[in-house]
Design a protein around this ligand. Structure first.
Ligand SMILES: [Fe+2]
Ligand SMILES: [Fe+2]
Length: 480
């Protein structure tokens, strides 16, 4: 029980401690035993009682983490041997979930505390900080917890800096990969023998980056703010393929192999004359014949590259098969039934998406990413492996990063990340870049489309995807 002490500060010092101990005991027992267990029930009763008493006198409870300290309503709780275990445990759980602040107001009852603590434990188990916190907030709201909120700490500024560093590292990896690809392809085009050593290192850097942080590089690839389609296309297909391979459970060495195969899937185009490759307007039959030779020209080219190690059979097969389609109606034509290799199937999906969403000479009207994904899944003439396509959609979200959307609030927004909650694929995180009258704002603000009001109605929903060009917006300006 909390003893009422005369001064508010003194009251909080005692009651705050009591609150923390009951908070800790409830967390511990919820973690160890099922909800109906008597010990769990008692610990929740205690927590609700302490919370009620503080709310009655202070109207709110604010449990804040700053560095290694815990504050309740701005009063720092002193650490001593008795409460050391409970302090460090609560600190650990909050930090693991990315929570820096727990705030409760009048109305926070036993039911809300039970839900909030169970969700907090689950979030701490998932780890991952920022993402799990976002998910936690959404789940709490969905579960009707209206009087308790959990927010990131002040420490999150440091992690924002880390985020920024990660983004820059991703950009450097991307640009370096484009540069080395350009070098090799240009050498091939000029008939010089080219070494792939640098390319290998670039692909390894992509694999490492994708394994460490899947989203930054994929984000860069869907942004498509780059000229030089030939080279960025190869790098994009490489990044998408590696990320897909990771999703499908490939080991690191397989990912290197897959990445190399993806980067060189179109290497045969280096032997297609530029006037055909860059031709504006429609291609003649003869042009098509030359274009469609690029798979086997690729195999020949791969024979001539130095520094690959052993003969790159798998890259050759992927170069040869990536336009074949599952029913073999593509090219090159084959005489006998065969199943394209898993590398070829992955590369075909990555290739199809990148080609359809890129701007280039004979594709002046690129499709919006969401309709491309839809078509890839549902149009059998595409001849893609549906399992791989599903994994790909899973990866990009229904609305890939960089997609411009119109919201039901008449605001324009740009998708900045898939929703961390996998059940909310249609509700990504967006940056709202206009007011409701349609005037463009910069830099705008980030909104989670899964955010709902108390009646569980989403605050913002996507009505449709639109073309940023229509509004004179350069999507990449919002990503610096
Ligand atoms: Fe191709
Ligand atoms: Fe391609």
């Amino acid at each position: 029980m909390v003893e009422a002490v005369q001064t508010s500060d003194g009251f909080i010092r005692t009651a705050g401690r009591e609150f923390l101990v009951t908070f800790y005991t409830a967390l511990r027992s919820l973690k160890l035993y099922p909800l109906e267990n008597a010990q769990v029930q008692k610990s929740l009763d205690d927590l609700a009682n302490t919370s009620d008493q503080i709310l009655e006198s202070e109207h709110e409870i604010e449990l804040r983490v700053t560095g290694e300290f815990l504050f309740v309503n701005s009063t720092r709780l002193r650490l001593d041997l008795d409460n050391y275990a409970s302090f460090s445990h609560v600190l650990g759980v909050l930090k693991a979930a990315g929570v820096g602040l727990v705030r409760a107001e009048v109305g926070a009852d036993r039911r809300e505390w039970t839900t909030a603590l169970s969700l907090l434990l689950a979030a701490a188990g998932r780890g991952g900080h920022g993402e799990s916190l976002l998910e936690l907030q959404v789940k709490m709201r969905d579960a009707g917890v209206a009087h308790i909120v959990m927010e990131p700490g002040i420490d999150s500024e440091a992690s924002e800096e880390e985020e920024q560093q990660k983004k820059e590292a991703a950009k450097r990896t991307y640009q370096r990969s484009v540069a080395v690809t350009k070098e090799v392809i240009s050498s091939v085009r000029m008939g010089r023998s080219a070494s792939v050593k640098k390319v290998k290192r670039a692909v390894q850097a992509i694999v490492d980056q994708v394994l460490a942080d899947e989203t930054s590089l994929v984000g860069l690839s869907t942004l498509r703010d780059y000229d030089d389609y030939t080279f960025t296309h190869s790098v994009n297909v490489c990044i998408f393929s590696i990320t897909l391979g990771k999703k499908l459970g490939f080991a690191k060495l397989q990912l290197y192999d897959l990445g190399m195969a993806a980067l060189f899937h179109d290497v045969g185009k280096a032997r297609v004359p530029l006037e055909v490759l860059n031709k504006e307007g429609s291609l003649t039959d003869e042009d098509w014949r030359v274009m469609q030779a690029h798979p086997w020209l690729g195999v020949l080219t791969l024979f001539g590259l130095r520094g690959y190690g052993e003969v790159p059979y798998r890259s050759m097969i992927a170069a040869y098969e990536h336009h074949m389609k599952r029913d073999l109606t593509g090219y090159p034509k084959c005489l006998r039934p065969r199943t394209p290799s898993i590398f070829s199937r992955i590369i075909a999906v990555a290739d199809g998406f990148d080609a359809a969403t890129s701007r280039r000479v004979y594709n002046t009207n690129p499709l919006q990413p969401d309709s491309v994904l839809h078509e890839m899944l549902n149009n059998p003439r595409r001849g893609l492996d549906p399992v791989v396509v599903k994994a790909f959609i899973n990866l990009l979200g229904v609305y890939p990063v960089g997609t411009m959307v119109i919201l039901d609030t008449y605001e324009l927004a740009i998708v900045v990340a898939a929703n961390p909650d996998a059940t909310e694929v249609h509700r990504p995180l967006v940056r709202v870049v206009s007011d409701q009258g349609g005037s463009i704002t910069f830099p705008g603000f980030v909104a989670n489309l899964a955010e709902r009001d108390t009646a569980a109605t989403p605050l913002r929903s996507i009505i449709k995807v639109t073309d940023p060009d229509k509004y004179g917006i350069r999507v990449s300006d919002y990503f610096v």
